[in-house]
Every structure is written in C-alpha cells, then in structure tokens.
Write a protein that binds this ligand. Sequence first.
Ligand SMILES: C[S@@+](CC[C@H](N)C(=O)[O-])C[C@H]1O[C@@H](n2cnc3c(N)ncnc32)[C@H](O)[C@@H]1O
Length: 245
Amino acid sequence: MPPREWNAASYDRMSDPQLAMARDVMDRLDLRGDERVLDAGCGTGRVTEELLARVPNGTLIAVDGSQAMVDQTRERLGGRVEAFAVDLVELEVTQPFDAILSTATFHWIADHERLFARLAAALRPGGKLVAQCGGAGNIANVQAAIDAVDHPAFRDWAGPWNFATPEATTARLTAAGFVDVWTWLQPWPVDPPNPREYFETVILGTHLERLPPEDRGVFVEDVLAQLDEPVRANYVRLNLLARRT
Ligand SMILES: C[S@@+](CC[C@H](N)C(=O)[O-])C[C@H]1O[C@@H](n2cnc3c(N)ncnc32)[C@H](O)[C@@H]1O
C-alpha cells in the first residue's frame, strides 16, 4: 500500500520519544562528517536536523512518503537539506549514498524485500544501512487494547504494522545484497505525556483512516480506556545494521 498523509504539525509536537530513540541509532552511523547521507522516512525533519549536524561537510537528502511531512521538513531546514516525497519502495537515485539512516519508518511498509532491494540499490558498494523500526512484539499491549475494543473497522485488519523479527530481517537483508548484518530487538517503554494526541497521531497514525473523522476521537478514547494509568506503550524496537556488498 502506498504511503499516506500524516498530521505533520501534531507529529512534530508529539515525537519526542522518536527523537530520543533516533539519537542512539544515529550514533551507530559513525560518520566522519563529509559523507552523502539519506534520511529515509524523515517525518517532520526533527531527526534530520540532528543528522545534519553530523555531516557538516557532507550532503544530506531527506525523503518521506507524506508530502505534509516533507513540507514540514523543508520549513524546518530550508535550503540546508534537499527534501522530497517518494515511496521508499519506488526509490531510485542517480548518485549513490555512503550511508542511509531510517528511524520509525520500516514497520509502516508491508514489502520489506522490495524496500531493502531499493535501499541496497541506493547505496554505493560498502555503504552502510543503519535503521530502527518497530519489531516483533512492538506495542503488543496497545494491539491487545485495540483487539479488546473490537471495533468492526479494526477486526480484520491483516498486517496492520509490519513488526518483523530479527531473523526474518537478517534473511531479507542478506537476500537484498547486504553483508555484516546485525539485527536485534530492544524494549523501549514510552509513557506519553498527552496519550490521546500521541495515540491518535503517532501510534495509530494513518491507520485511523479506517474510521470516519467523527469516530476517531471516540475510538482512541476506547483504546486508552483499556490501558492502565499512567498509559504506557510497550515499544520493542528492531535495530538493523548492514553494509552493501
Ligand atoms: C513515525 S514517522 C517517523 C519519522 C522520523 N524518521 C522520526 O523518527 O521521527 C514514519 C514516517 O514514515 C513515512 N512512511 C511510511 N511509509 C512510507 C513509505 N512507503 N515511503 C516513504 N515514507 C514512508 C511516513 O510518511 C512517516 O513520515
């Protein structure tokens, strides 16, 4: 399924946890500062902005499937970063990258085989992929709450998020032409300060489009009512490190 539009203003307000998660991931890029780097799924550019500080003599390109997210990234970073909208499974580049960073994005994409093939094609030989997304078991307590609400629009949603296992991801990365592959899960519980907006924008995101706009608020309240106070989302992140052959 192609990417959808996000509420960029709300995501920008609510994404402190994603920024905190991303800082650990960026450290693993181990940049010199003069590389050509891609931020794959840049959101509103908060992570991109910190990544930019790590390539003072390099080039940073930011892409995202949502035009609203790309617009917010451009507003934040102006001419300092080239940002454009593209579906990552259709990504094609003329000049290959030394490194690709991606945070909190891959689990929104159903076809990881194709995604990894496109990312491999966008890297120079020896180029690095460093990423993190939701992995197996991610926000299982939220999924249980959604199931308990038993709303017809969410009863039969096949593959709502692609929370892959490290084993399957290693196999897919290897098949796509990556070597030196490392994948592992990392629990990262988050207690959002504003659970209603956080669930609506960050957790459910574009999945809420299954409901008419007037029903979305009630659905989110019903899901929250299933969870203990203070509300916690039991994130389990899937970390990926790999190098292109
Ligand atoms: C949770 S946000 C993460 C943004 C940012 N990397 C961060 O860590 O805050 C997920 C992003 O993935 C993007 N996305 C989802 N599917 C995509 C696809 N197929 N191609 C490109 N971007 C996609 C969404 O538009 C959204 O901006």
